[in-house]
Design a binder for this molecule. Sequence first.
Ligand code: C2E
Ligand code: CA
Ligand code: CA
Ligand code: CA
Length: 275
Amino acid sequence: AKDAGRNTTRFFNPAMQAAIESRMALETALRQALVGDELQLFYQPQVDQDGCCIGAEALLRWRHARDGLISPAEFIPLAEETGLILPIGQWVMDTACAQLKIWETQAHCRSWQLAVNISARQFHQPDFVTQVRSSLDRSGANPQRLKLELTESVVLENAAEVASRMQQIKALGVGFSMDDFGTGYSSLSYLKRLPLDQLKIDQSFVRDIATDPNDAAIVRAILAMSQSLGIDVIAEGVETEEQRAFLHANGCHLFQGYLFGKPRPINEWTLCTSI
Ligand code: C2E
Ligand code: CA
Ligand code: CA
Ligand code: CA
């Protein structure tokens, strides 16, 4: 019995204990961030081949009182695990739609759109369609100007159900973009079945596009395929003129990346200066 007791206490070593405690502390802090107004949306411009701003992507930030700005890469996975992504996602949608309503009166570009990231767990909520509709109703924003970015993990399972849910949201006027395209493991056959408006080429393919023949080949294949399916393509993570020129030469005419503008808070944002 003595040995067994020792074994059980040894199961949690100090490193594991510390990891569990810091995870719990992060979860508690994230809960407080939501009610304590510490979450904020940044906006990054999306441009066309003339450099004209045709939209923006809303990117979540956490302004931690002590630790400063925390990247979503650090807390979105935990938020997904704990379910906190649901109230957070709702807050993002409401905030983005409210901002969209303000922008609508200023945007000259007819097709100007705001893209919002949706996590798999959020999309699969039974009342997700209602949530999107309610956010739009509350804000009074034009649904045509809203675009939801899904990752391949969203569409991995239950393709028929995903397609029907997407159709319901499309019926509201909202568009869809497939984020991080090319990094998932799902079959490409879903492209035919899902009502997608746009594919977003992942930045991992863009990074070395001008020097790595494999990345260049993948990007060319994505562009050819999307062209035949009649789906728009935007490249993310475009940082250099060389990358932009290469993409453009291969038929990609929409871009997002530091070359055109970093994600910025709303008070540092100017809408479509090039219009
Ligand atoms: P993502 O949706 O793929 O967003 C693109 C990421 O690339 C953003 O990181 C953006 O700041 C960064 N980025 C933009 N341009 C460049 C560039 O030229 N070079 C490089 N190296 N990076 C660039 P961020 O803002 O840290 O967001 C990370 C991820 O967190 C996002 O990846 C998205 O998956 C997730 N995320 C962000 N906001 C939300 C949200 O509101 N809801 C959900 N569910 N996920 C979000
Ligand atoms: Ca995204
Ligand atoms: Ca992405
Ligand atoms: Ca990404």
